[in-house]
Design a protein around this ligand. Sequence first.
Ligand SMILES: Nc1nc2c(c(=O)[nH]1)N[C@H]1C(S)=C(S)[C@@H](COP(=O)(O)O)O[C@H]1N2
Ligand SMILES: [Mo]
Length: 257
Amino acid sequence: MSDGIVPRRRFLARAAATASALVLSGCDRLSRTEWFPRVLDLAENWNHRAAQAVTPRKAMAQEFAESDRSPSFRSNGTADPGTDEYHAMAANGFADFRLAVAGLVGQPKFFTVAELRALPGRAQITRHDCVEGWSAIAKWKGVQLSAILDAVKPAAGARYVMFYCADPMEADGTDFYYESIDMDDAYHPQTILAYEMNDAALPVANGAPLRLRVERQLGYKHAKYVTAIALVDGFGNIAGGKGGYWEDNGYQWYAGI
Ligand SMILES: Nc1nc2c(c(=O)[nH]1)N[C@H]1C(S)=C(S)[C@@H](COP(=O)(O)O)O[C@H]1N2
Ligand SMILES: [Mo]
């Protein structure tokens, strides 16, 4: 299967849509066929490998005091995914929301927000840095991604975690926002799927019901409206092949700071 046969938009929409079917059938064939993995090209990875050589990947991002919190925290990019499905879920307080976790895992699963709240979590006050030139400090609370991974049992070949979001990036309702991180960041204690911001339920403007906080990375890595997660061994054939919506549009995949 080549990029030419599967147009990237249809591909990504289908990837998100079929995550549920995948979980229900308890089968991980999707990751072996349609997400046909490819080795990432070396030039793309140069920044990542160089940073790995000089920065201890286990280092913690700086955390702040309650009094350091910014008086307001803006919304950037999508402020509301704008689809009927999303609005229906939001109207119901996300009671019907299910996070799908699939791909290269031994045990694909769905999680309600309540189930995620029952898993090991973490609260942290951190600074968000957007490449557009603004920063803000907020308190985030969420489930540790490591706890989700422990529940689904990653396969030995899993190298990246993909995050698929509910917000279409094109007027025709396709090309959803997505992001990816490596396993070092995935297991980092400060990497959480946040369901609270500043001691309240995560607002729609900031990614309700779940948004990634990957604290040592720049703002665009912090995927909002996450609805599906997939473990993969490469993303050369996923969407634009660069591992994220902004990466497909020229941003660096490794946005570590
Ligand atoms: N799904 C989704 N996630 C996203 C974006 C987006 O448009 N859609 N924008 C990104 C960018 S560039 C930034 S700076 C942060 C903004 O988060 P905020 O809205 O909570 O300020 O979310 C990131 N995650
Ligand atoms: Mo950003």
